[in-house]
Design a protein around this ligand. Structure first.
Ligand code: KMH
Ligand code: ZN
Length: 270
């Protein structure tokens, strides 16, 4: 089986320091968290930027500072968000793609997101995929609902996303697809046959779905964007602590963990 790619989703757009005091928010904090996750075994960091007040921002300049600070510390793949927060405009959301990162997320459809709507019309998807293709940025196709896989297949058919495509199932967002084993199995069955995939289980589904991915040959995303707890009612100390747990489970199950360069090979980034 291929080695396991672990992505650390360090910050997200929704969690605050009131909820998780160790949440990395400033570019320095995000770069240090990325470094600690790299040391723990992560090969990708999924990044959201915050402004000086700690609010979500899609500012090109802030993402640039974060990317440069992470790259100065370690060789992880830096994967900016183009999802941003639900209230960002598509133009704002696309700004970090102009940095030409190796990867960026591309959400493959609209869904409820808590009490809000995460808007991704056909027009947005084409616009995002086109710009990523022009700049040579590999999309991580974010799937929150089953139908989004079909939207992504359409982008592949249109030649806007290259095969083999890489998917990330984000399961357990309130208002979207739950994070049950059956849901994950069905999603996997619906993928293009050559696709690679990661799963990000939200909240309590994080560790069970990560374990399934390790067994099934998929890849794993963990981190404060998805889950702030280590166990029921007990906050995690750091993003790295969540990565360390995945590394331990993977080793126990006999699957080796990929370095950033091995992840680049698995994902055809070089
Ligand atoms: N914050 C969510 C509304 C992404 O990073 O691409 C969207 C999100 C997806 O987090
Ligand atoms: Zn995100």
């Amino acid at each position: 089986m291929e080695k396991l790619i672990i992505t650390a989703a360090l910050t997200g757009a929704e969690v605050t320091k009131d909820i998780q005091p160790s949440l990395p928010v400033s570019p320095d904090e995000i770069a240090e968290a990325a470094y600690q996750c790299y040391l723990a075994g992560a090969s990708i960091v999924h990044v959201h930027a915050r402004d000086e007040e700690g609010n979500p921002t899609q500012s090109y300049d802030v993402y640039k500072e974060i990317k440069e600070k992470i790259e100065a510390k370690c060789p992880v793949i830096v994967q900016p968000s183009t999802g941003g927060a639900t209230w960002h405009t598509p133009e704002e959301r696309l700004q970090p793609v102009e940095l030409k990162p190796e990867m960026a997320t591309l959400s493959a459809g609209t869904c409820n997101f808590g009490n809000e709507v995460f808007m991704n019309t056909g027009e947005y998807m084409v616009k995002f995929a086109t710009r990523m293709k022009e700049l040579g940025v590999k999309p991580e196709i974010e799937v929150f609902e089953r139908g989004m896989i079909e939207n992504a297949k359409r982008l592949i058919k249109q030649g806007l996303v290259a095969s083999p495509a890489h998917f990330d199932f984000v399961l357990g967002v309130p208002g979207a697809c739950p994070g049950t084993p059956e849901d994950l199995m069905h999603m996997i069955r619906c993928l293009p046959s050559d696709a690679t995939w990661t799963v990000a289980g939200i909240g309590r589904s994080e560790t069970p779905l990560a374990t399934m991915a390790i067994i099934l040959g998929g890849h794993v995303r963990v981190g404060f964007e998805d889950n702030v707890y280590y166990s029921k009612g007990v906050l995690a100390d750091s993003n790295a602590q969540l990565v360390e747990r995945v590394v331990r489970i993977s080793k126990e199950l006999g699957r080796e963990v990929a370095t950033p360069d091995e992840a680049r090979q698995i994902l055809n980034l070089k």
